[in-house]
Structures are given as structure tokens and as C-alpha cells.
Design a protein around this ligand. Sequence first.
Ligand code: FAD
Length: 231
Amino acid sequence: MDDDLVSIRFENNIPPYIAGQFTKIGLKLDGDLVSRPYSLVSAPHEDFLEVIYVNVPDGKLTPHLHKLDTNDSIFVMDKASGFFIMDEVPDGDKLWLVATGTGLGVFISLLKTDSPWKRFKEIVLIHGVRTSGELAYQDQIKELQAKHPNQLKYLQTVTREKIDNTINARIPDAIKDGSITNICGEINSSSQFMLCGNPDMINDMVDLLGTYGLERNRRSKPGNITLEKYW
Ligand SMILES: Cc1cc2nc3c(=O)[nH]c(=O)nc-3n(C[C@H](O)[C@H](O)[C@H](O)COP(=O)(O)OP(=O)(O)OC[C@H]3O[C@@H](n4cnc5c(N)ncnc54)[C@H](O)[C@@H]3O)c2cc1C
């Protein structure tokens, strides 16, 4: 992985959580607790917690997380929360999991649970990054592919490098020009999308999926697009 991309595993006795939820992590900096939300990459049945973060050089928290060493302590919110979970996603045939950067982590957690595999015939996991060093969790994805060879399709888009077997375009553009749908099949009303990460990707995807007649999924009005923006 890229030097700026770090996954932290830690122990904590937080109450049971649901795959897809986030917790808040913090450090005391100059006497004040500075905390930020992070999606859990670990799954509820695992006996550790894990998050992945990218170092934002001028960020308030991450440059300090970056200085941590094994056995250092962090603050963790008592309870995980959030609604980016399978129970909030309506039924369908194909589940499209679309992430940029660290947004992949939450999908690793979801895919370690049974629910997506039981509920959807096909799952498409698309990870968009700038450089190949950001293509995290390759081992876990290989394991998932080996376990579900006919159910999972995994695509990588890398925008700032030309790498074999990856698509060299932003995800919305790669859908528009057919390079993704040629491999993963058509987008239609039985597609459910979960979008996570960079707000520009999410906004562009929501606009693009609107042209297919797909709308945001809300509790008051179920739809086909469930999303989590990281900033
Ligand atoms: C529900 C939720 C879950 C989140 N889960 C994760 C996660 O699993 N991993 C993670 O790295 N971040 C995640 N974030 C973002 C995270 O909370 C922080 O905003 C991020 O780590 C930067 O914190 P900071 O204090 O260093 O930067 P800040 O001083 O808060 O600066 C924020 C700026 O950092 C940039 N930024 C924030 N997050 C990212 C990111 N993930 N990738 C690239 N640039 C970013 C944006 O330009 C943003 O405007 C999540 C946010 C939300 C709302």
C-alpha cells in the first residue's frame, strides 16, 4: 500500500455493531480531543476493530495518527453508528459497490458478512484510485473472489497511471463510455448502488444514475442509490 494509506487494528470493547457503520477515533492534541469518523473495515464477528485512513497532510487529525506506533493509545467512540448498512438497501438482482480511495474499507466489512451474498445474485465491486499504490486490501479481495467466483466482479480504475488490467478513467466516465458496463453488464431498475468516498464521485454518480431512472434511497422513499460521503 501507499505510505500515506494506513490501516490500524486495535482492541476495544465497543458494543456490537453492524457492518457498514463507523466509529469516531481521536487523539488529545494540545489538551483538546480531536476526533473524526472512520468506517469500520473489520466485521462484527471479528475480535478486533480496524479502520483505514489516508494521511491528509494539512488535516487536523490524520498527520498525528500518522505518528502513532504499535501499542500507542487512541480514543474510540463508545458506540459505532450509521445507516450505510445492508438493512437499509432495498432488494435487487445486482449490488454495485462503488468506492474511491479509503471508501473501499466499508465494503470489505460488508463483504465479510453473509447478507450481500445471500440477497444479491451478482455483486460488482469498483474501486477508483489515483495511483496503484492506493489499491488496498488486495489479499482480502482475492479471498472473496476465490470464495464467490461466479458472484463477484472486481474492477479497478486508476486515473494517474496506466496499469494493465485497470481502467484509466474516473468511475462515472468509465460507465459513460461503456468500459465498466461492457464487463459488468447493464445498469437497470434491479440494480442497487452503494457509493462511498469522495463527494465529487458521489455527486457525479448520482447525476449519471439519474439518467438511468435511478434515485436516492431514502427511508421515506426507497430508491436505488445509498451513499456515504466522507467529506
Ligand atoms: C461517515 C464517515 C466515515 C468516514 N470514514 C473514513 C475512513 O474510513 N477513512 C478515511 O480516511 N476517512 C474517513 N472519513 C473522513 C475522516 O473522518 C476525516 O475527515 C479524514 O480522515 C481527514 O481528517 P483530518 O482531521 O486529518 O482532516 P480535516 O482537517 O478534517 O480536513 C478534511 C479534508 O480532508 C480531505 N479528506 C477527508 N477525508 C478524506 C479521505 N478519506 N480521502 C482523501 N481526502 C480526505 C478533504 O479534502 C476534507 O475536506 C469519514 C468521514 C465520514 C463522515
